[in-house]
Design a protein around this ligand. Structure first.
Ligand code: BES
Ligand code: MN
Ligand code: ZN
Length: 506
């Protein structure tokens, strides 16, 4: 993990990252550019002409490296356009510094001097740089020597370098980036090396080291206590299922008006589809089917490290959805924790089954601890999500519009793209079963919403609930962009932390 610090000393012979953009309306064949170097004055002589001659556009994700006197390297990162108030959206800054950091693999340190309108903008620059400085080479053998490590040390140039608030937001950026990197590492780790048990043990170690409480239910305990969803999904695999519970309770503060959230993440360490076997093409991406579990676990660790004055329980039902003579058959009936029965018509609709168990349990425990202010599940739940919103926008569904608004507010600060989706009542009857309380699949059309409606059956209407379907954004099968690498992205970690932060201040 790279480290970040603020500096107000002008660099000598260092790598300097600045922003640039093409001036609007400059349509002539010799476009004009603006170099945005924030608080650092730099000698622009010759640069603007060079950019024009190179055919630069200043668009997002364009990174140009130039030799320039006084620096080891001058890196110009495209900022895209300002908003209507003439400022660069914080997410544009985050992405621009992320793209620059990605382009600096193999380098040790770089100084970032980008335009900012507030401490939050400065934080976004640091976040982007830290998030962009990520590589995953753990499983390389002979090719490891050819790989260049991620940027190690990031300096943010600002005249406010000595301000306490700046140190604070940079520390926060490091914590969020560290936990996002953990999430990405878990997603990128192949299922041969990440089983339900090894996931749970790995998180236990990290969570205990951060002062959190951890409980892991094993296969026997899950069976004895009636977790029919987790057992039913996991029973086809030689790697038995687990339920991981990480809890954070802030220390030494009056717990009276303390808010409490539960985060529940889908942890399918590999989804073959079970007896509804998925086609071979694309199945490899199903190593990412535990992205929700990784995100909620990492988020609660980040919240603890930030010492936020809010209580959070993370729940990760973990199972491997495999094919075997033990696997759940289409038409089998399972009993979810709490007693509802489900006819499993399609063993590939497994996420909702393990989430149902965990949602019921999380609400039960939350109630015992004095009541939950909200419950959020995070899941790579449906292919329909990707069809509807593509690979970079996640969906948010809810039983409580106010809670959804506060979450969407939080995403304005995290920069992660979420879009509200409905849970239309008329889709509910499609989940009726002739033999059980519910079937695990319904109408094929609107499959993302049907999955949300299924989960809603396991949440009390009085409990504010959000369902985040991150199927597309969790795993980047395309090219790297902004601060997002290829593979696991770590989406939702930052937004969950931002949601918890909002609960502290309100
Ligand atoms: N893990 C998949 C959903 C998924 C698909 C995630 C693509 C990421 C990318 C989930 O378990 C699944 O298989 N869902 C089925 C549900 C269907 C059988 C109702 C789907 O979406 O096809
Ligand atoms: Mn599936
Ligand atoms: Zn799945």
């Amino acid at each position: 993990m790279a480290l970040v610090r603020a500096t107000d000393k002008k660099v000598g012979a260092e790598i300097l990252v600045v922003g640039f953009t093409r001036e609007p309306g400059a349509k002539s064949n010799k476009p004009r550019f603006t170099i945005e170097s924030g608080d650092m004055a730099i000698d622009k002589a010759g640069l603007l002409d060079a950019l024009a001659d190179m055919g630069a556009t200043g668009a997002a994700d364009e990174v140009i490296k130039l030799p320039a006197s006084g620096y080891k390297l001058l890196v110009l990162t495209g900022l895209g356009e300002t908003n209507s108030s003439g400022i660069y959206p914080h997410e544009s800054l985050r992405r621009a510094s992320g793209a620059a950091a990605r382009s600096l693999e193999g380098q040790v340190n770089a100084t970032f001097s980008l335009p900012y309108d507030s401490i939050e903008a400065l934080a976004a620059i640091a976040e982007g740089a830290l998030l962009g400085a990520y590589t995953f080479d753990e499983f390389r053998g002979s090719s490891k020597v050819e790989r260049r490590p991620a940027l190690k040390s990031i300096e943010i140039f600002t005249v406010k370098a000595k301000k306490k608030e700046v140190a604070q937001v940079l520390r926060r950026a490091e914590i969020i980036a560290e936990q996002t990197h953990l999430t990405r590492d878990l997603i990128n780790t192949p299922p041969s090396h990440l089983t339900p048990d090894s996931f749970a043990q790995r998180l236990k170690k990290i969570a205990l080291a951060s002062g959190l409480k951890v409980e892991i239910l094993n296969h026997t305990q899950l069976k004895a206590k009636g977790y029919g969803g987790i057992i039913g999904v996991g029973q086809g695999s030689a790697n038995p299922p687990r339920l991981l519970h990480i809890s954070y309770q802030p220390k030494g503060r009056a717990s009276k008006k303390l808010k409490r959230f539960a985060f529940v993440g889908k942890g399918i360490t590999f989804d073959t589809g079970g007896l509804a076997l998925k086609p071979a093409q694309g199945m490899e991406a199903m190593k990412s089917d535990m992205s929700g579990a990784a995100a909620v676990s990492a988020a609660v660790i980040a919240i603890a490290k930030l010492k936020l004055n809010v209580a959070v329980d993370a729940w990760a039902p973990l199972a491997e959805n495999m094919v075997s003579d033990k696997a759940t058959r289409p038409s089998d009936i399972i009993k979810i924790y709490g007693g509802k029965t489900v006819e499993v018509l399609n063993p590939d609709a497994e996420g909702r089954l393990i989430l149902a168990d965990a949602l019921v349990r999380a609400a039960e425990v939350g109630k015992k601890l004095g009541g939950l202010d909200g419950i959020v599940d995070v899941a790579t739940l449906t292919g329909a999500q990707v069809v509807a919103l593509g690979t970079r926008t996640s969906a948010v569904m809810t039983n409580n519009e106010k809670f959804r608004e506060s979450f969407l507010d939080a995403t304005q600060r995290s920069g992660e793209q979420f879009w509200p989706m409905p849970l239309p009542e008329e889709l509910r009857p499609s989940l009726d079963s002739p033999v059980a309380d519910l079937a695990n699949i319904g109408d094929r059309m609107g499959g993302m919403l049907v999955a949300g409606i299924f989960l809603k059956e396991f949440v009390s209407p009085e409990l504010p609930w959000l369902h985040l379907d991150i199927a597309g954004p969790a795993f980047n099968e395309g090219k790297a962009h902004g601060y997002t690498p290829v593979g696991g992205t770590g989406v939702a970690v930052h937004s969950l932390v931002a949601l918890a932060e909002a609960a502290v201040s309100s």
